[in-house]
Each structure stands twice: as C-alpha cells, then as structure tokens.
Design a protein around this ligand. Structure first.
Ligand SMILES: Cc1cc2nc3c(=O)[nH]c(=O)nc-3n(C[C@H](O)[C@H](O)[C@H](O)COP(=O)(O)O)c2cc1C
Length: 398
C-alpha cells in the first residue's frame, strides 16, 4: 500500500489558559497554560488535535509523491501511521480509503492558494446567532464599550500645502447614489413586483453579453467589474415575497435570465432560513428577497492558479456586485443591504454546495422600508445627529 500526506495542512501550536487549582491553594499565580498541536486540513473541514508522535510523522511525509506505507511505518511506527490514516491527514491508495482520497483530490483540482483555503474554510460559521432580541449596536453603545474609534480621517503633507478642489459638479448618478442606504427596517408584509426583481437580478447578476473568447471559452459582460473578467459569483435567490414566485431557493441563471427552482417551501420556512442565513440579524430577515453570492472558485482559479491574491479578488467581485445591487434598489425606491456575517455552512447545506469548490461570500437583499424605524440606519440627510453634514455641490444635479 502507498501513502502520502494531504495537500493542504497547517499546524497551530495552540495555548489554552486555565485555572491552576493547585497553584491557587499554594497562594501562587493561578493561570496555567497548556499547549496543544492543532492540525487544520481544509479537506477535513474540522480541526484535529495531534500527539507529538503524529506531528513528527506528518512533518516527515510529503504531499506529492506516493511512498510505501511500510517505509513510513518503519520511521514513525505502525500505530502512528494508522492513526494519521484514520484521521484523514495521510491518504492511502487502498480502495477502502477512496472517499478521503477523493476529497483531497477534489481540493487539489481547485487550484486554491493554500493560505486562502485555510482562511476560507476555518472562518465559515455554522450556527452563529446575533442573539434573540439583540438590536444592531449604535455608535454610542460601541463607544461606551470600546472607547472612541480611530479618527474618521487622516491628514498628510505639510500644513497649508493641500490643494483646494472645486465643489463636485452634480451628475446623473447623484440622485441614486444619495438615495442609497443600508436598510434595517424592511416592511415585513411588502411583496416585490416581478418586473422590479427581474431588473435587479438582470442588471446586477445577469450577462449583458456572452462572448466566445477562444475555443470552448466564453466570457460574460456584466455591469460590474470582475477580476480577469471571469465573473465567478453565482446568485442564489431566497424568495420570501415576490409576486408570482413561490417562496424558496432559486439559482438565477445569468444568461437565460431565469430563476431555477432548487427548493420550494412555505413563507414561514423561508423566513426561518433567511434568519439562519444572516446569523439571526432579524433586521435583515424581513427583506422580501435575499441573494446569496457564492463563487465557483475554479472559474477564477483557472486563470489565477494557486494565486495568493485570487481569494481577495473574489471578495472584491462580491463587493462590486453588491454596490450595483444597492444602486438598483435605490433607483427602485428601496433600501438594500449586504452582510458577510452569515452562516456559510448552513447556506452550503441548504444549497448543496461544497466549500472546496463553491465559496459562499456574502448575502445582499432589499425591499421597501417599513413605516417606522426600530433599528439604526444611516440615511443621507437624516435628522439623526449621527448623520453627515450635507456636502457642498455646485449644481443641483440630484
Ligand atoms: C462588507 C460589508 C459587510 C456588512 N455587514 C453588515 C452586517 O453584518 N450587519 C449590518 O447591519 N450591516 C452590515 N453592513 C452595512 C454597513 O454597516 C453599512 O454599509 C454602513 O453602516 C454604512 O451605512 P450605509 O450603507 O447606509 O451608507 C455591511 C457592509 C459591508 C460593505
């Protein structure tokens, strides 16, 4: 039998602090530190504690070349190699080990930069909750908790050297840009018209052109920029209240401009899912439509193979899409939101996505505002003393 180590493995020497009761009774210092070796392998999707012997063995096995198991057993001991095989940190060519081997092979085929995959895998939430009844923290509450934040701006250059600029001219985008804000008080009964949804989805996530850029290679032209022009982000729509569309999960097809049903459910089930997806931020769960942005990473990594910047570029793609979504919602007279505080693992389960190939990045959503506000928002020109003073503008283009 031949073996090799899994492709991506990071090991953390983790310190855990506890109370040393014996020291306490002796009247000495009471904090005791214990050290543990924690292995993080993204194909396993869980942390594993290693013994010193296991640590030594994984450090001595390569991840590329398959070698005879007997040779490693001679070096590191039969029991240690058997334990590492059982943990899935070492893989074998035996038929009974196929499932774990295939998982590792799938990981290799995605061309993730190892550090990015580590960060992605182990930053995903499973069942995070903002806390039932907890409201969005106001700036005042945050200042009371952590003191004032760093200054809102920074100055550079010598005093008196700054070049004064003319006031910004008004422009066509102003009305929409000034109307944009993050909504946290959605009308829980509002139903979105289908033509509003169609414009939002098509202009944000839809392809405006499909170009054949080479043999078997197609590029989409969208209204937001995307690293390498690859547009890896797919839109999965959680419908709560859209005219003529049953509540449920859909994939938005960017070329066909269709909603492909994945799971239908009743309104109450959709609401439970919405709340779970946004980690119990109830101020977002009333939105009639939420959109999960999940990247097919290989679409990007096909060009940016094992690239340390590629994951960052995918996050930036999602940011651009969300701003386009915000602006279209504002144009339609609605607030929108985007959040990265989401339960990625729950979303993956609901959409049958595998985090090795499909990276859930963020959720955006929108809907009409409720008549009354209970959660903080930052609407432009708001009488709230926390809002910004109006900027000087040369002409009233907004
Ligand atoms: C990447 C990103 C993540 C965000 N996450 C949250 C969030 O988890 N919860 C929330 O209430 N707002 C979230 N927001 C919204 C910001 O709080 C909001 O943009 C900011 O307060 C400024 O308000 P405005 O969008 O109305 O100008 C997020 C915004 C961005 C860009």
């Amino acid at each position: 039998m031949k073996i090799r180590r899994c492709a991506v493995l990071y090991i953390e020497p983790r310190e855990e602090l506890g109370i040393d009761l014996a020291a306490l009774f002796r009247g000495a210092g009471t904090l005791a530190a214990t050290m543990r070796w924690i292995a993080m392998a993204p194909h396993l999707d869980a942390e594993v504690e290693l013994s010193d012997a296991q640590l030594l063995a994984v450090g001595g096995l390569g991840q590329s070349v398959w070698t005879e198991r007997a040779a490693s057993e001679e070096r590191f001991g039969q029991a240690t190699i058997a334990q590492l095989l059982a943990l899935g940190l070492v893989l074998s060519d035996a038929p009974e080990a196929a499932a774990m081997r295939e998982r590792d092979e799938k990981l290799r085929l995605q061309h993730w930069s190892p550090l990015s995959l580590l960060a992605h895998t182990f930053s995903r939430w499973s069942d995070m909750r903002a806390g039932a009844g907890v409201q969005f923290s106001t700036y005042q509450e945050l200042v009371a908790l952590s003191g004032p934040p760093p200054p809102s701006t920074v100055g550079h250059g010598a005093d008196g050297q700054a070049i004064p600029l003319p006031a910004p001219l008004g422009g066509q985008l102003d009305a929409t840009m000034f109307a944009r804000y993050t909504g946290r008080n959605f009308d829980p009964r509002a139903v979105l018209a289908l033509d509003v949804v169609a414009r939002l989805l098509q202009r944000t996530f839809g392809a405006q052109e499909l170009r054949e850029v080479g043999p078997g290679a197609h590029a989409l032209k969208k209204l937001s920029p995307s690293a390498g022009g690859l547009h890896p982000i797919e839109a999965y729509v959680l419908v709560q209240r859209v005219d003529g569309v049953a509540p449920g999960l859909y994939h938005y097809h960017p070329v066909a401009h269709t909603l492909e049903p994945m799971t239908t459910m009743d309104g109450a089930q959709a609401r439970v899912l919405a709340l779970q997806f946004v980690a119990d931020q109830q101020w977002f769960a009333d939105a009639p439509m939420l959109v999960v942005m999940a990247a097919r990473v290989l679409r990007n990594f096909w060009k940016y193979r094992n690239h340390p910047k590629a994951y960052k570029a995918i996050s930036l793609d999602a940011g651009h899409l969300s701003q386009t979504f915000y602006l279209l919602a504002a144009e339609a007279g609605m607030p929108a939101f985007v959040t990265a505080a989401i339960n990625e693992r729950a979303i993956e389960r609901a959409l049958a996505l595998d985090h090795l190939g499909d990276a859930v990045v963020a959720i955006c959503g929108c809907g009409p505002a409720a008549a009354t506000r209970t959660t903080i928002e930052l609407r432009y020109g708001d009488p709230d003393p926390g809002s910004l003073p109006p900027p000087a503008a040369k002409s009233a283009g907004r």
